[in-house]
Each structure stands twice: as C-alpha cells, then as structure tokens.
Design a protein around this ligand. Structure first.
Ligand code: XLS
Ligand code: NI
Ligand code: NI
Length: 443
C-alpha cells in the first residue's frame, strides 16, 4: 500500500520537554497517571476527518493549496475514497491518538441517487471497520453532514420543506447506524444551517418545534438500535447562517428543558464557537458542567482579531487549562474527549504540517491537564470559591434557599438592624496570580 506521510517513519513518541525533535511529544505521555487515570484515557483525543483529510485548503477567495493527492484523485471515486482513508489511518496510527471522528460525506462519495450514496457509504464503513481493527484506532463520534448540499440551504430539520427534514432524517439514521456499528463512543449533531438568514421569511417557533421533533426521533432511534453512546449537540451562534438556534450552552440547555430532552442530549463544546458567541471557552464549559449537560470538546482556537470560525490548532495553555480544570473538577470525561476540529492555515501546504499542527495541539491539551491537576491537588481555587459562598451554608442562606423566608420576613430583619451586609473583596487579582504561578510551575 502507498505510504503518504513519508517524513514520519515511526509513530510520534513522548520524548519529554527537553527534546529537540520537532516530531515528538514534550508533554503528552499516554501512560503517565494524572488525577488517577492514564493521560490517554483522561484526555481521549481524536483527529477529525473533515478538515484534515477532506478539505483541500480552499477558502472563499481561492482554491485548494494542500498537497493531498487523495482529494479529487482521477478515476473511480470509490478508489479515491479508499486512498483518502488509507492516508487518514496512516496518519492516525503515526500520530498515536486513540480516536478519530467523521461525517458521512467525508468518507464516501455521493452517488447519482440516495440508494447509491448509501451503498457507497456502507462499503466505506466496511473499509473503516477493517482499518480500525488493523490500527486499534477507535471512533470518538460520527455525524451526518446535513448542511453542505443545496437541498439543505434553508436548513435540515428546520427547513420549511418537510421533504428536506425527511432527507436529513434518512442521512442521520444511516450515520447513527454506522457509528453504532463501528463502536463509536458518541454521536454529534451540529446544526449547521438550523437557523435563519432573515426573520422576514422565518417562523421561529415552528422551526424550533421541528428541531425538537427531529431530536426526539434521534433519541428514539438510538434506543431502537441499542446505541449506548451519548448524543451531543454542538452549539454555535452563527456561521453559516446569521443566527443558529443552538447558540451556546445556555441556549441549548433551555431548549432541551423546554422540549423534554434533558438527560437525552449533551453538549459538544467547541472553543471557537464559544468565542463567536461572545463567551470564553471557560464559560461555556463551566456552564455545561454545572448544569449537567457537559459531553465533549471540539478543541481549537479562534483569532482575536477577526470574528469568524478560524478553527486554528489550539496553542494557548491558559485558555485550555481553565476549561480542563472545570471538566476535571466535574469528574472528567465519560464518553467524550478532545476532538481536534482544526484547520491548518492555507499556506501550510506540506503534508507534514498536519503533524506539526496536531503535535502542538496535543501538547497544549496535555499541559492543560497538568495545570488542571495541579490546581485541583492544590485546592486553593476551590477553597476560595467555598469561602466566598460560606454564608449560604449558614442559617440565613439555607432558610432563604429552602423558601422559608418572604420579602417581608427579610425586611423585618433588615429594619431591626440584625442584617447589614459588609462588602468583601472578590480577590480576582490574587486568584489570577495563583493561576499564573501554577502555569509557570507546570509548563
Ligand atoms: C463547524 C463545526 C463542525 C462540527 C461537525 O463549525 O465545528 O465541524 O464539529 O459537524
Ligand atoms: Ni466542531
Ligand atoms: Ni468550528
């Protein structure tokens, strides 16, 4: 079989912080025990198929730049799909991460009819099954692309045409079956065009009822086939549409509660989607962990100078560490993990750039775990939070929350002078220094 990544002759290994080898891990040491688990099992990192193997490096102003002979290879499109999968699994095995993720359209070409597309997809799922058995690489999640084709221009489940809904249902049914067959740990639903371009032609309430019906159908199908992974919604506020209904963690939480879907679906939080929504990644993760909706992560980063989804490889240990702290404080991942939903820059055209991007990202995530573990083991951050809320453990706090006191009861006690709150410092700078000291010490 042809070899595609010839600059890397053996799997990338942990060599420690002092190595001079650019094709080695400095912090990611899969067998190292951190917070009671092997680093590999704690982080559950994955490579994404779409940006890394199915995207040629094109942007809205220009065509592909990447050296990827498996994209648009001449001849039978199924041969090209197998070549792409050979390249992908060679990369997964050489990078040495335990997982990958894919969309249906990433791995198999469309046929002239839906039946042909389905047959192509099934043949490629067989091929993937064999590759997974050969390499030991597992599936973190599968998903369906119900946003690229023109039939989904006005949305998938939120389309004004129920036939588009039905077509999306067919695709999701197949992708969920394939994910189940491949032993996938989760299934993701990203509502790429589940939103609107203009309110002038949109019935928002009708569209959200459609989306909820669709999600109930997905939950029901998951039960029918006995899939035991998590179903994940990936929030994103906009892009490609002007407004998307799964805007952020809090919006998704409200939606799930309103449509009786809490406990059935969880969130897959992407760093760059958090910042697009005007939040920090830390905020999005903390919200989901605190409200019991946390599932998985799409690790990447945005660019603070522009407002779109640049999906760059994560390289800020601080940004990652604050979120990893919240994840680990909440007990860590169950079936989720860190998926690199990341795109090389268009000028990074060499095949080996794909290794550099991932190696830096993997080390950033590994460092974030070390910082999170140091913060948890030190306990000072949690102790500061505990101290700040200590009043709520006292008689007044517990009575208020238990509903034992009315506005009038409280006013009586304030009038009598019994209650007279004293402002105390929030200590923000002291805590920021604590974070920085932990970063400097760990990294
Ligand atoms: C796009 C999303 C997408 C999902 C999977 O912005 O991040 O890549 O992760 O459909
Ligand atoms: Ni994503
Ligand atoms: Ni993105």
């Amino acid at each position: 079989m042809a070899e595609f990544f010839t600059d890397v002759q053996s799997p990338i290994k942990y060599e420690g912080p002092d190595t001079t080898n650019e094709l080695a891990y400095r912090y990611y040491d899969p067998d190292r025990i951190v917070l009671g688990k092997r680093m590999e099992d704690q982080l559950r990192m994955a490579v994404c198929y779409w940006h890394s193997f199915a995207w040629p490096g094109s942007d809205v102003f220009g065509s592909g730049t990447f050296d990827r002979p498996w994209i648009d290879a001449a001849g039978d499109p199924m041969d090209a799909a197998r070549m792409k999968m050979d390249a992908a699994f060679e990369f997964f095995a050489k990078l040495g991460l335990p997982f990958y993720c894919f969309h249906d359209v990433d791995i198999a070409p469309a046929g002239d009819t839906y039946a042909e597309t389905k047959a192509n997809f099934e043949a490629m799922v067989d091929y993937a099954e064999a590759k997974m058995a050969d390499t030991g690489v597992k599936l973190l999640w599968g998903t369906a692309n119900v946003f690229s084709h023109p039939r989904f221009a006005a949305g998938a489940s939120t389309n004004p045409d129920p036939e588009a809904f039905a077509y999306a249902a067919a695709q999701v049914r197949n992708a969920l079956d394939a994910t189940n067959r491949l032993g996938g740990a989760n299934y993701v639903l990203w509502g790429g065009r589940e939103g609107y371009e203009t309110l002038l032609n949109t019935r928002m309430k009708h569209e959200s009822d459609q989306l909820a019906r669709f999600l109930h159908m997905v939950v029901e199908h998951k039960r029918n086939i006995g899939f035991d992974g998590m179903l994940l919604i990936e929030p994103k506020p906009q892009e490609p549409t002007k407004h998307q209904y799964d805007y952020d963690s809090a919006t998704v939480h409200g939606f799930l509660e309103r449509y009786d879907l809490l406990g059935e679906l969880f969130v897959n939080i992407e760093v760059n989607h958090a910042t697009l929504a005007g939040h920090s990644f830390h905020h999005e993760v903390a919200y989901a962990v605190d409200n019991g909706t946390f599932g998985s992560i799409d690790a990447n980063r945005g660019d603070s100078q522009n407002g779109w989804d640049t999906d760059q490889f994560p390289n800020s240990v601080e940004e990652m560490a604050l979120a990893t702290y919240e994840i680990m404080r909440g007990g860590g991942f169950t079936s989720g993990g860190f998926n690199f939903d990341t795109k090389l820059r268009r000028q990074s055209m060499d095949r080996t750039d794909l290794f550099y991007g991932h190696i830096g990202a993997v080390d950033t995530v590994a460092q974030s775990l070390l910082v999170a573990a140091a913060l948890i083991e030190d306990g000072a951050l949690e102790a500061a939070r505990d101290a700040r809320y200590a009043g709520w453990d006292g008689a007044l706090g517990t009575d208020i929350l238990a509903g034992n006191l009315s506005l009038a009861d409280l006013e009586v006690r304030v009038v009598s002078g019994e209650i007279d709150p004293t402002p105390v410092s929030g200590g923000q700078e002291r805590l920021e220094n604590l974070i920085n000291r932990t970063l400097w010490r760990t990294v």
